[in-house]
Write a protein that binds this ligand. Structure first.
Ligand SMILES: Nc1ncnc2c1ncn2[C@@H]1O[C@H](COP(=O)(O)OP(=O)(O)OP(=O)(O)O)[C@@H](O)[C@H]1O
Ligand SMILES: [Mg+2]
Length: 307
């Protein structure tokens, strides 16, 4: 976004944001206006993610704050460094890991992280078996994650054994480092909503250290259908109308069953990947097929009666 600093009579500085940029052509002197789309890059990076409105909005807010902070800094105004540590709460297959991976890239592009790599860890990567080992293991992991994102899945498993457990030492070490080194290291703790709530209530100091808490909602049937069609099209397949109707009916049933056992977009991915295998077997048996046959996934290929 183009910005302009204007100092008024009282010496106050006004920052004017332009959503249009003036471009003068050298040869003709003609003036053109190019529309500025400050969030285009973020929109592009998230274009393959269905729904996730809250997340997309949060990332845009972070980006806007950074740009404006830079402008403020140029004018000698106070600007505080943003702490970017995050908590992700969501049921299986709602996109927590995929989004965290994407953020590593986006933060690197935004110059917020110097390397932009992604390290996924679980309890065993942090917690040792004897006294002193845990702090060392956790420190090593943080060291490896410097310049990137450290993503700890099922974070509550760190508090599994209560006060005497070495997991507590891992949490304390993480907390210490997330404050000391927050400028070039982003910690994301992720897990299922109920367990995360409990984990945070048992570790009261923790929540306030994470300025961003994101809820990954279960997907609605319409969203799951959009994900399914997108997953098929990314692989250059297309669901027939009849397959779409069957899949919609199936997903409607599934989402009404116990939510806990339903793995949202991952479930859809499995259905599509399974259908692609079934489709291949069907065509090979037929041994004669058109281009259209090679593309179309039918209701039969979905094989959803048995899943
Ligand atoms: N909004 C979305 N749009 C498109 N694809 C999605 C979306 N959300 C998730 N997916 C896809 O669903 C699959 C599962 O996502 P992911 O592994 O990130 O879920 P998760 O929340 O980390 O699950 P778990 O809690 O089981 O680890 C991935 O293939 C991912 O690309
Ligand atoms: Mg995951």
């Amino acid at each position: 976004m183009e910005t302009q600093m204007i100092r008024n009579r009282n010496g106050q500085i006004n920052i004017v944001l332009h959503d249009k940029k003036e471009v003068r052509l050298e040869n003709t002197g003609q003036v053109h206006y190019i529309e500025n789309r400050p969030f285009m890059h973020i929109d592009q990076e998230f274009s393959s993610f269905v729904a996730m409105k809250e997340l997309k909005r949060t990332i845009k807010e972070i980006y806007a704050t950074i740009v404006i902070n830079e402008k403020r800094e140029q004018l000698g105004l106070t600007c505080s460094k943003q702490v970017l540590h995050m908590l992700f709460k969501g049921n299986p297959g709602t996109g927590k890991t995929t989004v965290a991976r994407k953020l590593a890239k986006i933060y690197f592009d935004m110059n917020l992280l110097s390397k932009g790599h992604f390290i996924e860890a679980e309890r065993a990567d942090l917690v040792g078996e004897y006294i002193g080992q845990t702090a060392q293991k956790t420190r090593n992991l943080i060291q490896k994650a410097m310049g990137g994102i450290l993503f700890i899945d099922e974070a509550y498993s760190l508090a599994r054994g209560g006060e005497k457990d070495f997991g507590k030492e891992a949490i304390d070490t993480l907390v210490k480092h997330m404050e000391d080194k927050h400028n070039d290291f982003v910690l994301i703790l992720a897990g299922y909503p109920f367990e995360m709530e409990r984990f945070l209530s048992l570790n009261p100091g923790l929540q306030s250290r994470f300025p961003f808490i994101l809820d990954f909602q279960d997907y609605e049937v319409d969203q799951l259908m959009e994900i399914a069609k997108q997953m098929a099209s990314e692989r250059e397949y297309k669901l027939t109308k009849e397959a779409e109707i069957e899949l919609r009916a199936h997903l409607t049933r599934k989402t009404h069953e116990i939510k806990r056992n339903f793995s949202n977009a991952r479930y859809v991915r499995n259905v599509i990947e399974n259908a692609i295998r079934m489709h291949a077997v069907r065509l090979l048996r037929k041994n004669e097929f058109s281009t259209e046959d090679l593309i179309q996934l039918t209701g039969k290929d979905l094989h959803i009666d048995t899943i």
